[in-house]
Ligand binder design. Structure first.
Ligand SMILES: [Zn+2]
Length: 279
């Protein structure tokens, strides 16, 4: 007969086994602003890891952390894929991107052509890295599939957000800021679908989002999406199960957390760089 203490031990083991994420779980580590590392035992992806500008308003990664990423030090060793959503300085830095590709010789970069143009203007070693840069080309509101070894990636051309109501304006009336080429990314790791929209506004891109018939396991709430309309698109249209907040506004942190609380979603907020969570 089982002794009471052994019975407790058995329950504890069953409980722990039952609630420990499986071996091939997806681990998501916060870098800063919209920067995250997504990894499982076979693959590592980093998105928007090199924000260096507007640190007074956004929570950027420290220079120590970007140095670690560029050098390929754990947990950023063997990163296969670097995804840059757009060229704005709180998401991308050309020198760090160049150095990352020089140091990490098998890593591939996927980004919009405006990012490549900045790299062309500032990189001294473009010739030695350009064969590993992929620039999908499509109109706003369309997506493209990119087949990589071990990963099926969808790249969505999303309208960058704006404080103006772009739906009442024609494209010729857009500012350069509003004409920023912005990519969103959808990929599957460890059986889970992930979506990162960069600075794309979900509301402005609702037609593409509605046509995109993928149930999301992990999604993000971006800078232009911290309201109930976007949250409803994520929950009701994209069937998002986990929503991670990104691109937080630093000067008024308490106002933002109040706003997020009122949204009443089951939102995940990472506190500081290198915080991680398994899914
Ligand atoms: Zn932006």
């Amino acid at each position: 007969m089982l002794h009471f203490r052994n019975l407790c031990l058995l329950f504890a083991v069953v409980f722990l086994v039952g609630f420990t994420p499986p071996e091939d779980s997806l681990k998501i580590t916060y870098i800063g602003n919209c920067g995250f590392l997504y990894e499982n035992k076979n693959y590592k992806i980093i998105i928007d890891p090199f924000g260096t500008q507007y640190g007074e308003v956004f929570q950027l990664p420290s220079s120590q952390l970007t140095g670690q990423i560029v050098a390929g030090l754990p947990p950023f060793d063997n990163v296969q894929l670097l995804l840059i959503s757009h060229f704005h300085g709180d998401h991308f830095d050309s020198k760090l991107t160049e150095q990352f590709l020089l140091n990490n010789k098998s890593a591939i970069l996927i980004c919009p052509s405006q990012v490549l143009n900045v790299l062309k203007d500032s990189c001294r070693n473009l010739e030695s890295i350009k064969s590993r840069i992929i620039i999908p080309s499509m109109e706003n509101g369309k997506f493209d599939s990119v087949q990589l070894k071990g990963l099926n990636l969808k790249v969505l051309k999303l309208q960058h957000g704006s404080t103006r109501n772009l739906e009442t304006l024609s494209y010729s009336e857009y500012t350069d800021y509003e004409k920023t080429e912005n990519f969103g990314f959808v990929f599957q790791m460890s059986g889970k679908y992930v979506f990162h929209q960069g600075d794309g506004s979900l509301k402005l891109n609702r037609n593409l989002i509605k046509s995109f018939n993928t149930k999301l396991d992990i999604s993000h709430l971006g800078f232009f999406d911290k309201d109930s309309t976007s949250l409803s698109l994520l929950y009701n249209v994209m069937k998002a199960r986990n929503i991670i907040v990104m691109h937080s506004f630093k000067p008024d942190k308490s106002a933002e957390s109040e706003k997020l609380k009122k949204l009443n979603g089951n939102l995940i907020v990472y506190d500081k760089e290198l915080d991680f969570r398994k899914f």
